[in-house]
Write a protein that binds this ligand. Sequence first.
Ligand SMILES: NC(=O)c1ccc[n+]([C@@H]2O[C@H](COP(=O)([O-])OP(=O)(O)OC[C@H]3O[C@@H](n4cnc5c(N)ncnc54)[C@H](O)[C@@H]3O)[C@@H](O)[C@H]2O)c1
Length: 439
Amino acid sequence: MKNISVIGLGKLGTPFAITLASRGFSVIGIDIDSKSVLSLKTGKFGIYEPLINNLWSKNKSLIKATIDYKEAIQDSEITFIIVPTPSQKNGSFSNFYVKKALEKIGKILKDKDKFHLISLVSTVVPTSSELEFIPLLEKQSGKKVGRDFGFCYNPAFIALGSVVKNLLEPDFVLIGESDKKSGDVLEKFYQRFCINNPPIMRMNLVNAEIAKLSLNTFITTKISYANMIGHLCEVIPDADANIVLKAIGQDRRVGSLYLKAASCYGGPCFPRDNKALISVGKKFGISLPIAKATDKINDRHSQNIFKRIKKLVTKKDKITILGMSYKPDTDVIEKSQGTILVDLLINEGYQVTVYDPKALRNVKKLFGKKIRYSQNLENSLKSSTIMVIATNWKEFEKINNKQIKLMKKNPIIFDCWGLLEGKDLGRARYLRNGKYEKI
Ligand SMILES: NC(=O)c1ccc[n+]([C@@H]2O[C@H](COP(=O)([O-])OP(=O)(O)OC[C@H]3O[C@@H](n4cnc5c(N)ncnc54)[C@H](O)[C@@H]3O)[C@@H](O)[C@H]2O)c1
């Protein structure tokens, strides 16, 4: 197995294709959007993702890109599908793009003699593979799953900003398989692809579909739990959630990762996966109250931060928000703490200036002339009354007293992530999430 095709060259598909090439596979990337195809051909990417430029340059001889499904399917042994599954009004995901891709693949499989494995990476609602995808492929190809072609559900547990590392060194690989042969082919592929020999969890398709949503919603539950304890500590004199959470995180049953009173969760996956789980419960006639509460706490958390900030400033003050991406090392701003905060502040007439190391281009598209933008940290702080650190970018950990002196006299620092805790901040008043402070 040497030749791999990747359908969907977006935020995940492009880094995935490049990482495959870095491990010696010949890759053909396919997208319906000719711009994405051109990006992979030329190495000029519209997304920011660490490592991909360098890996592309080193391995470009192994990477092809096309809009032609036929060439890609005929010339590869495994096809990974990473197309969008947009959220619908009821929280569920749309299978529209996945089915469009499968229809085309099915028609090509009709004329392919060799066994071909289709591995679906996109996040889908449980039961989609058995009830919709395999029947569609069998209908279009006139062939039988498990005999003529294989189907796996194989979601990737990656975070934007560390996609290459997460793909090469996953905690585990999840394989939902239509049949043993398909699972064997995919397991063999991952044994060669990953560099850390991860545990490979194999199961039927529906269990893998449920596992994907369950994992993400467990993490969001942990984040909301930490923010809930943070909220409690903000109102009890002398309480500090990060001291509490650091202690309980030592217990192995709890674990310390994602256990911090900080920003709300955002991005293209966490918020929608949680809503999707709620909708799955509904579809099967049950309520999933933890998923609902997690979602509610996350929404309330952004409001809490907004309310605390409002108490500290007037409409004449310049408010600087540092960090607009939903996490560090990405330019994706979807449902980020920074964008939610800006929206709430400008709707009430506050003056906002923002700075982000990578995401400003996307922020400008969202807010246009409604706010000010700074190309560097220093400019963003000049004459500012309050600095709000909304994303835990490494650059913000290094903020020093000299930079703080650029702000107005007796400035305020509202540090959602506790990055500046314990530092010499001159005359600044320091507040952070999860800690009691009389405002
Ligand atoms: N981005 C993440 O962090 C992440 C993490 C885990 C899982 N996922 C899942 O992966 C899937 C893709 O996410 P993304 O963020 O990469 O999306 P994206 O929107 O960034 O990219 C999707 C790409 O697929 C292309 N496309 C759409 N229909 C196509 C078709 N029929 N044939 C070929 N190309 C087609 C689009 O043109 C686009 O370039 C989603 O289901 C998402 O939930 C994403």
